[in-house]
Design a protein around this ligand. Sequence first.
Ligand code: HPA
Ligand code: ZN
Length: 330
Amino acid sequence: MHEFLRDLPKVELHLHIEGSLEPELMFALAQRNGIQLPYATVQEAKDAYHFSDLQGFLKLYFQGMDVLRNEEDFYDLAMDYFKRARGEGVVHIDMHFDPQAHLQRGVPLEVVMAGLLKAKQEAEDTLDLSIGMIMAFLRDRPADEALHVLEQAAPYWKMLDAIGLDSAEQNNPPANFIDVFKRAQQLELVCVAHAGEEGPAEYIQEALDVLGVERVDHGVRCLESQTVVERLRSEQIVLTVCPLSNVSLKVVDDLRDHPLPKLLAEGLKVTISSDDPAYFGGGMMVNHIACAEAFGWDEAVFRQLTRNAIEEAFVTLERREELLARLAAV
Ligand code: HPA
Ligand code: ZN
């Protein structure tokens, strides 16, 4: 099974590039930039990665990314993950990034974009790995700030595939961001949003109805509303489910209690991603192996999940056909 899972041409639709910052690289960048970390050793950082909820994680996530200051840092961050993911048999990644989290610290958008776009180009040229770009907005910050950042990103609109919505979900409903998402639609950007991770099933419905999202990140709490389940099923809206993230952030107590099998049984278009691999125990292979062990899935299930992800990835028509052919050949 491990060999089969490694050979699968895996596609990751839900990955925060800042959440791929491994402690080893965090220390190297801290030294390069003369920054004092709150940890004495790599091990001390790893030991701190125990969370009781999303909010607890976000604190360390924003703290960790403080070592990202220059273009080279964003390039190294992304290349480090791209190489690791490719080594695990990943062939495409739709990458979220959080511009506001960097702007707030005085890091210009140009610095973030230059580093990430350089890494994307190099991955596509040399690693046989395609990369989608999702500019995400922080839902616990004001919506007009998000709108301002989207306008500021005008030189990069053509390089973006989508906008997203992330950070603290509870009490930050999707509808607050209607103007931002309307503007993105005018710009012909795809819209995606985190919904139904810690927030209620109603937020999924709201993200679909009010924000016009084509993809729901997480979405696991949809099962609390039969209306929402039916909607997701009839429109075959993709859910980017992140199993080990949900365990780390206590969305579920144990992977064996995870609603993934139920979501599949409901006929929903499910995919598997790692979310923040440096913080939640690992990347695509670890997530796939954990699911194989917890749910006893056979190869057919993993083929279906991979086909779902290939069908929904932000890729060209040619790349999609190529990836489907590679899946069929495994
Ligand atoms: N949820 C919400 N916001 C995030 C996450 C997540 O899992 N990871 C990074 N930002
Ligand atoms: Zn996420």
